[in-house]
Design a protein around this ligand. Structure first.
Ligand code: FPP
Length: 251
């Protein structure tokens, strides 16, 4: 059975993309270019994140996924890891009430077992408090790596096969997708990466199979509503074919 997203679920050409995912890259270079410590770049990155969450809601985006800490970021110096963990704590503590008031739902994807217990508790609190919200959904990819996520899903399938609940030949792409952290979420329509780098770096490799990729030549701390709108304009100029022949222009 061919499996592909159905064009009928696509939004109208002029509508905002339903799901936008962002690789927030360039905090360190932003800081280094100004003779500032890298941590200052990350702090300014959080301000850019606040602006972007506000703009995404105003523009009618339904889901915003942000790459906040990759499974590979553990190889950074301890001090920088502490900074990034501290920023997640601060972001949840300081911004959660505001996000909740603005009807934003917060979800976190990635491997939680390696996180400090207080961070796990904050993540759970954020998800629990906002689970009934119906506005923008913000998905924070934290300690996230796409290959690790796919391996976890494969392991879950293997357990079911081992228990005799699933026939190996019955395994489909949909079933694997249903065991990813993003199960039940639509795939991203648009993936944006800032800083001029042009790669996915282990972010949403499965979910991004048909996403439009837009690479923006500015560092993340400089990202704002205008940059988001420009990326969405670029997305609308693309033709999406989902492996078929019929173009779905600007959707
Ligand atoms: C990439 O810049 C960015 C990160 C590794 C982390 C992104 C984090 C934030 C925007 C702030 C934290 C937000 C939350 C919610 C925790 P880089 O350091 O790789 O920059 P470089 O490539 O210029 O060195």
């Amino acid at each position: 059975m061919p499996q592909k997203p159905l064009p009928s679920i696509l939004p109208a050409a002029s509508a905002a993309p339903r799901h936008v995912a962002i690789i927030m890259d360039g905090n360190g270079r932003w800081a280094e270019a100004r003779g500032l410590p890298r941590g200052e770049g990350h702090r300014r990155g959080v301000e850019a994140l606040r602006r972007t969450v506000g703009a995404a809601g105003e523009l009618g985006i339904a889901i915003l996924t942000i790459f906040s800490f990759s499974a590979e970021n553990w190889s950074r110096p301890q001090a920088e890891i502490r900074d990034l963990m501290g920023l997640l704590r601060l972001f949840i503590r300081n911004d959660l009430a505001d996000l909740h008031r603005n009807n934003v739902r917060v979800m976190v994807i990635g491997e939680r077992d390696d996180l400090a217990p207080d961070i796990r508790a904050l993540v759970e609190e954020a998800e629990e408090l906002t689970k009934g919200n119906t506005g923008l959904t913000v998905i924070v990819a934290f300690n996230y790596g796409s290959r690790q996520e796919i391996a976890r899903a494969a392991r879950a399938l293997a357990v079911e096969v081992h228990a005799g609940r699933l026939e190996p030949k019955a395994i489909t792409a949909d079933q694997l997708g249903a065991r990813l952290d993003t199960a039940a979420l639509p795939d991203p329509d648009l993936i944006i990466r800032t800083s001029g780098e042009q790669r996915l770096s282990n972010f949403l490799l499965w979910q991004g199979a048909y996403s439009e990729l837009v690479f923006v030549p500015i560092y993340w701390p400089d990202f704002d509503r205008a940059a988001l709108e420009a990326a969405i304009d670029e997305y609308h100029r693309r033709e999406r074919r989902f492996g078929g022949l019929v173009a779905h222009t600007g959707s």
